[in-house]
Design a protein. Structure first.
Length: 97
């Protein structure tokens, strides 16, 4: 799976592809509407990429203080785009990584 469209199609499955990185699994669960499972994937990690996804998840949750904390850990600024756009950008970024 290396395109956004194939990632999006995989959301029709009941479980994520076993070859996905933990970050993409987090985004997959979020795409399925399971915030708790998405958060559980990255909550215990502290690298910049995990912090970036963690930040997005707290932004989606509406906890801006916590989101800004994680954006800072990721060395990113909170974007002013929609959550859907940010999700897509994150998926595309991590599919390329």
């Amino acid at each position: 799976m290396n395109t956004f469209s194939s990632f999006k199609e995989s959301l029709n499955q009941s479980t994520p592809n076993k070859d996905l990185s933990v970050i993409l699994k987090s985004l997959w669960y979020d795409g399925k509407g399971d915030w708790d499972a998405a958060h559980a994937q990255v909550d215990h990690l502290s690298d910049n990429n995990s912090a970036w996804v963690h930040a997005y998840l707290h932004r989606k949750e509406g906890d801006m203080w916590n989101a800004d904390y994680w954006y800072a850990k990721a060395k990113k600024n909170r974007p002013s785009i929609s959550l859907d756009e940010e999700w897509k950008n994150l998926v595309e970024h991590f599919l390329k990584s």
